[in-house]
Design a protein around this ligand. Structure first.
Ligand SMILES: *Cc1c(COP(=O)(O)O)cnc(C)c1O
Length: 340
C-alpha cells in the first residue's frame, strides 16, 4: 500500500478529508447495518435534536503504525464502553460495543494510506460520534440518530520534544455536581470554550477546573485528566464523579503500579495542597501526558518540578506508556488492538 504523500511532521491537529467514513442510522428503534460513505457531509432537519438540545457525544482514539509495520489502536474497547455509558446518560441509543469496534476498524482499514508511518510521531485520529438527528420541538430525546466514524491524520503532539506547560485555575466550572462531567458529551466542551479562550489569551496552554461544589479541589482540564506525583513519591489523581474517566489516566495508573512499582491513589487533591506535589501532568489520548510546569491560582504561581524541564517520574510514565503503545515494551493483555 502506497501511503499518502503528506508532510506528516507538520500536518498539525486539524480536520482533513479522507476516503471514507462509517455511517449508521437509528430509526424505528434499531440501528441499520451501517456502511462506508465517501460523502463527508451530513444533511439534517433544521429541527434535529442535536441543534437545539445538544444530543451529541463522541470518542477519540488513535491508530498508528508500530515498528514492525502493523496498524494498531490502543484500548478501543474502553472507548466503546465509555460511549455506551455516555449514550445512556444522554438518552441516546447505545451503538453496540462489538459493532463500535467493527466500525472503527473498518474505517481505519479503508483509510490505511492515511495512517502515518512509524517514527513520524503522527497518527490517525479516529472520531466516532453520535447525534440526535430526528426532529423535535418539545424537549425530548430524538427518535432518530446518526452514528458516524470519521478519521483524519494528525501530526505529532510534541514537536521538538516534550515541554512543560503553564496552566491556570479557572474561575468557571466545566461540569455541575452530578451533571454530565463524567461522560463524553459535546456539551461539556461548549461549556469549557469560554474559560479556555480566556486562559489562552493570557498565555496559558490550558485551564484547570476545581470541583464545582466546593471549588477547593482540583478536578481536571477541559479535555485531559490531572495526575500528580507527591513529594513522598506516590502517584495521585483526583477522585470525583464530575471528572471524565480518561483511558490514558487509567492506563498510566496501572503502569505506575504494575510496571514501575509506584504507589497510586485516587483521592481528593486540594488546591491549597500544592506544596506536597513534586510533579504534575495532564493526560489524554492527544498528548498521552503533558507535564505541567506551573499553575497560577488567583495571581499566585506555583511551580512544580520546573518550568522548563520534565520531572523524572512524569517522563518515565510517558516513556513507558508510549513504549507499550508502540510495541517496544510488552503490553498488558488486550491493550493493543490490531487493525492491519
Ligand atoms: C476525552 C477526555 C479526556 C481524556 O480521555 P482519554 O480517554 O484519555 O482520551 C479527559 N477529560 C475530558 C473532559 C475528556 O473529554
Amino acid at each position: 500500500m502506497e501511503k499518502q504523500n503528506l508532510d506528516w511532521a507538520n500536518i498539525g491537529f486539524g480536520y482533513r478529508k479522507t476516503h471514507a467514513s462509517y455511517v449508521s442510522y437509528y430509526k424505528d428503534g434499531k440501528w441499520d447495518d451501517g456502511a462506508m460513505t465517501a460523502d463527508n457531509t451530513v444533511t439534517l432537519s433544521e429541527a434535529a435534536c442535536v441543534f437545539h438540545y445538544a444530543q451529541c457525544c463522541f470518542e477519540g482514539i488513535k491508530a498508528y503504525t508500530t515498528e514492525d509495520g502493523r496498524i494498531v489502536m490502543f484500548r478501543p474497547d474502553q472507548n466503546a464502553k465509555r460511549m455506551k455509558d455516555t449514550c445512556e446518560r444522554l438518552m441516546m441509543p447505545v451503538f453496540p460495543e462489538e459493532r463500535f469496534l467493527e466500525a472503527i476498524t473498518r474505517t481505519v482499514r479503508e483509510n490505511a494510506d492515511f495512517v502515518p508511518p512509524y517514527g513520524s510521531g503522527a497518527s490517525l485520529y479516529i472520531r466516532p460520534f453520535m447525534i440526535g438527528s430526528g426532529p423535535v420541538l418539545g424537549v425530548s430525546p430524538a427518535e432518530e440518530y446518526l452514528f458516524r466514524v470519521l478519521v483524519t491524520p494528525v501530526g505529532p503532539y510534541y514537536k521538538g520534544g516534550m515541554k512543560p506547560i503553564r496552566v491556570v485555575v479557572s474561575d468557571y466550572d466545566r461540569a455541575a455536581p452530578h451533571g454530565t462531567g463524567n461522560v463524553k458529551a459535546g456539551l461539556n466542551y461548549a461549556m469549557s470554550m469560554y474559560p479556555g479562550q480566556l486562559a489562552h489569551a493570557e498565555g496559558y496552554s490550558e485551564c484547570l477546573y476545581l470541583d464545582p461544589a466546593t471549588r477547593t479541589k482540583i478536578e481536571e482540564a477541559g479535555g485531559a485528566n490531572f495526575i500528580a506525583v507527591t513529594k513522598s513519591g506516590k502517584l495521585i489523581t483526583p477522585k470525583s464523579d464530575s471528572i471524565l474517566p480518561s483511558i490514558t489516566r487509567r492506563s498510566v495508573l496501572q503502569i505506575a503500579k504494575d510496571v514501575l512499582g509506584i504507589e497510586v491513589e485516587e483521592t481528593d487533591l486540594y488546591i491549597d495542597q500544592l506544596d506536597e506535589i513534586a510533579e504534575a501532568g495532564l493526560c489524554g489520548t492527544a498528548a498521552v501526558i503533558s507535564p505541567i510546569g506551573s499553575v497560577d491560582y488567583h495571581g499566585k504561581r506555583h511551580v512544580f518540578y520546573s518550568e522548563t524541564e520534565v520531572g523524572p517520574v512524569i517522563k518515565k510514565l510517558y516513556e513507558t506508556l508510549v513504549g507499550i503503545q508502540n510495541g517496544k515494551l510488552p503490553a498488558p493483555e488486550g491493550w493493543i488492538y490490531q487493525v492491519l
